[in-house]
Design a protein around this ligand. Sequence first.
Ligand code: NQM
Length: 352
Amino acid sequence: MAGVRAALMRGGTSKGALFLADDLPADAAARDDLLLRVMGSPDPRQIDGLGGAHPLTSKVGVISPSAQDGVDVDYLFLQVVVDQPVVTDAQTCGNILAAVGPFALERGLVAAEDGVTEVRVRMVNTGGLATLRVQTPGAAVTYDGDTELSGVPGTAAPVEIVVEPSDTPLLPTGHLVDELAGVEATLIDNGMPSVVVRAEDLGVTGTETPAELEANDKLTARVREIRLAALPLMGLDPDPDATTVPKIVLVAPPAAGGTLATRSFIPVRVHQAVGVLGGASIAAAAALPGTVAHDLADHAGGSRVRVEHPTGFLDLQITTEGDRISRTAVVRTARMILDGTVYPGPARPASP
Ligand code: NQM
């Protein structure tokens, strides 16, 4: 079996395999088949591939030069489902986005400047644009630095990210609040389709650990009902097993000095932290009067929103123009873990 050139990278609090599009089959079905075998899916342990047996470590970025004016690279994100033979492009990923800049520089798609290099990225999944500022002293990428991220041990070089909104409506139903499966919810998409509900309305505090929430059968059944109701309202694939959106976010008043406490079902497992664009969508909900999040949030930080999550917090800077979010800025870090050749395993039957 021929190997494929790949980089295993951490982007923010996630980890995934990054490829040049030219190194993968052009046909989407052949590409997805190969990616399942590369990551070791479907298998709850992903024992025969690069995947880390959790949605946060079963991610893929496919990078190519962009044909769009003023854009350096196109970034197609693919979520490889751990225990199903599913590869979906229904969402993008702002954490892996942090690795796209360094990867594009390492592969020579963008020439590094001495100091900081800007990489302009088109997120193919959403049509959104992002500008990344990557540390490149001596015109080479460095991963070393002193930026800390909640949920990542140690420190690393910052990757500053500014995301511009896509053309997707911020409120897909046009309402600040909808009722889903008997619960008030704000359906919102500032980069990640999300359903924001009050933790209290689901009988929890919103400060539980991910393991506690995942073990709460009554809660997980309610979350699934809410998600099923949200799918058609948000114009998403109605088959919940074929997609990884929307994320269901439980919100509560801040418990650690931030803006809002959150726990995110993504959408079955509970995030150990929070997604970047997931966080941007939560921050947008917190900023808009009339949503289920607005009155629970502490607005003392103004446009600086601190989203509390199970392993710390995510800080975002949100710029609003009326009821529109015109800019989201966030700092992440990234790291090259391994750069080489990956050998896809054999095709395997779906898990029992
Ligand atoms: O929302 C996980 C992650 C994500 C998504 C998920 C993300 C984002 O943390 O931008 O980064 O919600 O599936 O990698």
